[in-house]
Design a protein around this ligand. Sequence first.
Ligand code: FES
Length: 135
Amino acid sequence: MSINRRMALRVAMASAVAAVFGSNTAAQASGKRIVRLSKVKVGGSHKFQLANGAPALLFRTKAGVFAYQTICTHQGGEVSYLAAGKLMVCGVHNASFDPFASGKVVKGPTGSAASTISPLPSVKVKIAGAWIVTG
Ligand code: FES
């Protein structure tokens, strides 16, 4: 398979994933409870699921909370947080994303530049009393 054909296939697959799960900022109903604030310590994270079924991960820092959809923007692999490197990494082709820099691509899929894929889509979350909720 030629490189151009392979790239076209990747773009088509990423588009299909985006069509199923949404792209950019994942749309969520505002105010839906995700987890009690007391269950996520400062410096911790929590996996949850979006209303459309997509997996997501939220982080709590001293500054507040933020979250990302954890479907890789390359070909839809699931992205996991590796605390040791403070990066979100896809196990399929090893792309990595920085959750503390707006989900930006740190490393592209194996053999590809970081610019070939998009950052992880963010998910709006906020603290509301004793809960972390969709924002
Ligand atoms: S599907 Fe994630 S790097 Fe390829």
